[in-house]
Design a protein around this ligand. Structure first.
Ligand code: AMP
Length: 282
C-alpha cells in the first residue's frame, strides 16, 4: 500500500492506471476505522482494480468545535487495517492541502438539507458537499463507496453527483453493527461503559417502531411512545425520531406500505451524538 499526501503525487499514478484501463474505487473516510469502513473497502477491493482510501477529518463539516477537537485519531492502526484489507493507496492530506484558502462557496441541496441532520447541524452538509467535491476532483475515481449508516449524507451525495454531473458511480453499503445491534461509528470510541450500554436505545427504538408500524399502529402514536422511551434512559437525549422518504427526506406522518420509507434517529449519549436509521420499506 502506498501512502500519498498530495494530489500532485496521485496525478501520474492515476494516469498510469487509466492507461491500463483499470477501474479506480474510492472510499472517503475520516479515519478511526472500524469494520463498517472496512466493508466499504472490501466492496471496492472486490469490485474494482485499484482501491484508494482517503483519511481526512474535514474541519468544515463539524458544526461543533469540541466534536472536531475530540474526533478520534488512530492513524497507525488505520494504516495497518487498510494494508491488510488489500488497499492500493491511502490518501492522507493536510488541512492546507485541501483548503489552501478558506472555501467561500455555499452549496444548497434544497429541502433534503433543511431537516434532521441539516436542521440540527447547520452548515454540516455544505461542508460535506464541498470536501467530497474536492476529493472527487483530486482522485477522479470511477466509483465511490458510501455507507447507508449516514442515510441523509447518501441523499446529499447523490444530488451532488447528479447536479454537478460528476462522472462517478456511487455504491451504497449496508450498515455494519456491533453484535448487540449498535451501529458501528468512530464516535462509539468516546462512549464510557454506561453510555455504551444506554446507547442501545437507538437500535432498540428503531426495531420497536418498525414492529409497531407493521402491527398497525399509527406513526404519530409510535413516535410519541418512542419519545417517552427515551425519557426513561437517563444518559440519552433525543434530537429526532422521524419516518422519512430515504431519497427526498420528506417527513411521513402516515405509514404507507406502498411508499419507500426509513426511520432516522439522532440522540446524545452524555456528550456524544449518535445517529442511526432503519429501512422500513426499501
Ligand atoms: P466517516 O469516517 O464516519 O466519515 O465514514 C466514512 C464512510 O463510512 C461513510 O460513507 C460512512 O457512511 C461509512 N460508515 C460509517 N459507519 C458505518 C457503518 N457502521 N456501516 C457502514 N458504513 C459506515
Amino acid at each position: 500500500m502506498k501512502r500519498i499526501n498530495t494530489p500532485a503525487e496521485w496525478n501520474p499514478l492515476w494516469l498510469s492506471h487509466l492507461q491500463k484501463n483499470e477501474r479506480i474505487g474510492f472510499v472517503p473516510t475520516m479515519g478511526a476505522l472500524h469494520q463498517g469502513h472496512l466493508d466499504l473497502v472490501q466492496k471496492s477491493v472486490q469490485n474494482t482494480d485499484i482501491t484508494l482510501v482517503s483519511i481526512f477529518v474535514n474541519p468544515t463539516q463539524f458544526n461543533n468545535p469540541e466534536d472536531f477537537k475530540k474526533y478520534p485519531n488512530t492513524l497507525g492502526d488505520d494504516l495497518e487495517k487498510l494494508e491488510s484489507a488489500g488497499v492500493d493507496y491511502v490518501f492522507v492530506p493536510e488541512v492546507n492541502t485541501i483548503y489552501p484558502e478558506k472555501a467561500e462557496l455555499k452549496l444548497d441541496f434544497g429541502d433534503v438539507e433543511r431537516v434532521l441532520e441539516g436542521e440540527f447541524r447547520p452548515g454540516h452538509f455544505n461542508g460535506v458537499g464541498v470536501v467530497v467535491s474536492k476529493l472527487f476532483h483530486f482522485i477522479r475515481p470511477h466509483v465511490a463507496f458510501f455507507g447507508q449508516k449516514d442515510l441523509q449524507q447518501v441523499a446529499i451525495i447523490k444530488r451532488l453527483v447528479r447536479d454537478l454531473s460528476f462522472p462517478i458511480e456511487l455504491e451504497i453499503v449496508p450498515t455494519r453493527r456491533e453484535e448487540d445491534g449498535l451501529a458501528m461509528s468512530s464516535r462509539n470510541l468516546r462512549l464510557n461503559p454506561e453510555e455504551r450500554i444506554q446507547a442501545l436505545i437507538l437500535i432498540q427504538s428503531l426495531e420497536k417502531a418498525k414492529r409497531e408500524l407493521f402491527d398497525g399502529k399509527s406513526w404519530l402514536q409510535v413516535q410519541k411512545e418512542i419519545e417517552r422511551d427515551f425519557q426513561q434512559v437517563p444518559l440519552a437525549k433525543l434530537d429526532y425520531f422521524e419516518l422519512v422518504h430515504p431519497d427526498t427526506f420528506e417527513s411521513q406522518t402516515e405509514f404507507n406500505q406502498e411508499k419507500k420509507s426509513s426511520i432516522c434517529v439522532a440522540a446524545y449519549l452524555g456528550g456524544i451524538r449518535l445517529i442511526d436509521n432503519l429501512p422500513i420499506i426499501p
